[in-house]
Design a protein around this ligand. Structure first.
Ligand SMILES: C[S@@+](CC[C@H](N)C(=O)[O-])C[C@H]1O[C@@H](n2cnc3c(N)ncnc32)[C@H](O)[C@@H]1O
Length: 266
């Protein structure tokens, strides 16, 4: 695809580990380009029901973690990317908030605290590359819950059918950041897995800084999906016997929903 710009990403870099996708330029552009930001209102009712302390897995640069901290909820954050956690820490400091953050993968964390509530925001569970990774994540969550503690996990069930976008030779529109940089991200290729349960998208990140040379980075983004039946097996295997699936907008989850919310209790 020609974007009309002379920016050569150079030789294809080695594929990044899925839990280190959000590093470097990708982490820097996450906030300016994020289409969806999780809001505290979506998670506060779960914390009100389950109690605190709570833990947000994949907290990234801090949505909804910091808004929840602002409202006085005792919530810790965990993420595998040091760059995203640095951004979260900087934002917390700007807002005058104290927050405990752990750098670890959700598949293999061992923390000093036990929680009444553990949750993920948005669709970050789909960043887990395999069923084994998902099983390990649920076991870690179970191990870190107090008796009677609860988890909340939004689970993408199948890839969204996004219409192909033809941006023309100039590529997609640019976004201008507060510091005057022009930035954008767009998919250049998409490869579904043979079983239809995973997709690898090649994403291209571009930044034209207000000062300095343009930057370009291409990176593979791996996404995996779980049906309600597959997730039921994972939950039972991790020791959760008390669970239900909900429609994100409320009510029971129909099996054909693109995303369902898992509520499970230890
Ligand atoms: C969509 S982003 C951040 C979402 C966050 N709610 C926000 O808006 O700031 C997903 C995050 O998951 C983290 N992540 C991906 N795989 C992970 C893993 N296996 N363990 C822990 N964190 C992971 C990434 O580093 C990234 O910060």
């Amino acid at each position: 695809m020609s974007t009309g710009l002379d920016m050569d990403p150079g030789p294809k870099p080695p594929s990044t580990a899925p839990d280190q996708f959000y590093t470097g330029l990708v982490a820097e552009l996450y906030d300016p380009l994020a289409g969806y930001r999780a809001r505290a209102d979506e998670y506060a009712p779960f914390l009100d029901r389950s109690g605190t302390p709570a833990l947000e897995l994949c907290c990234g640069s801090g949505r909804p973690l910091l808004e929840l901290r602002e409202r006085g909820y005792d919530v810790d954050g965990l993420d595998a990317s040091r760059d995203m956690l640095d951004r979260c820490r900087a934002d917390a400091s700007t807002r005058g908030l104290e927050v405990t953050l752990y750098e670890a993968t959700m598949q293999s964390f061992a923390l000093p605290r036990r929680y009444r509530a553990i949750f993920l925001a948005g669709g970050s569970f789909m960043l887990l590359p395999s069923d084994e990774d998902a099983a390990r994540t649920l076991r870690c969550m179970h191990d870190h819950l107090m008796p009677g503690g609860a988890v909340m996990i939004p689970v993408p069930a199948h890839p969204e059918r996004r219409p192909a976008t033809n941006h023309g030779p100039e590529g997609p529109p640019w976004h201008t950041t507060e510091s005057g940089d022009r930035v954008r991200c767009f998919g250049v290729a998409s490869h579904p897995s043979a079983d239809g349960r995973a997709v690898t998208e090649r994403l291209r990140y571009e930044r034209i800084p207000a000062h300095g040379p343009p930057e370009v980075l291409e990176r593979d983004f791996h996404l995996r999906y779980w049906s309600q039946d597959a997730f039921r097996e994972l939950l039972l295997g991790a020791g959760f016997a008390d669970f239900r699936f909900r429609d994100p907008r409320g009510g029971p989850a129909r099996p054909d929903l693109p995303m369902f919310v898992v509520l499970a209790r230890k």
